[in-house]
Design a protein around this ligand. Structure first.
Ligand SMILES: [Zn+2]
Ligand SMILES: [Zn+2]
Length: 172
């Protein structure tokens, strides 16, 4: 009997998403996303500036500050957060570079839990499953509720180790 030491599909596609994320030129956040139909890879995308305009490595991140309600030791506090708004998010690029017909009934593997805007767009894109790894607690509650309403499978890989060379510390 031979032991099957191949990676399971979740690990396989999440590894690819992490690999794709290394293409990102934003020094604050590297996000990768892949579109999977059945067991077939139909598209890959990462966060980045529109083609032909300076990216974060050339022009620096475009920082926006906003206050967010976050949980600090069980207490809700308003905390000022910085985000880079230069880039198109990986999930949105994935939608820009794939066809609707390919997306019907497909899965998206994304390194980071989608923000509200991306989740909203994915929910209307034909995708029926979203799998992510790193949590993004800011929007979890409303995103999870919306996915439930849409009947989209929304799940986090609980036990998963990304390939070491693909990981960058994500600023929160
Ligand atoms: Zn940036
Ligand atoms: Zn997003």
């Amino acid at each position: 009997m031979t032991v099957d030491t191949r990676k399971d599909w979740d690990t396989y596609f999440m590894d690819i998403a992490y690999m794709v994320s290394t293409r990102s030129r934003c020094s604050r956040r590297h996000v990768g996303a892949v579109l999977v139909q059945g067991k077939k890879l139909l598209g890959t995308a990462y966060n980045g500036a529109p083609m032909g305009v300076p990216d974060c490595s050339e022009a620096g991140c475009m920082i926006a500050e906003e206050y967010e309600l976050v949980d600090v030791d069980g207490k809700q506090e308003m905390v000022k957060k910085q985000r880079c708004v230069r880039t198109i998010h990986a999930e949105q690029n994935l939608l820009l570079f794939t066809d609707r017909i390919d997306r019907e009934g497909s899965s998206v593997y994304v390194t980071d839990e989608p923000c509200w805007t991306c989740a909203n767009m994915l929910a209307n894109s034909g995708v029926t499953e979203i799998v992510y790894h790193r949590p993004y607690p800011k929007d979890t509650e409303k995103v999870t509720e919306m996915m439930r309403q849409k009947g989209i499978t929304f799940r986090r890989l609980p036990v998963y180790e990304p390939p070491r060379e693909t990981v960058m510390t994500v600023a929160d």
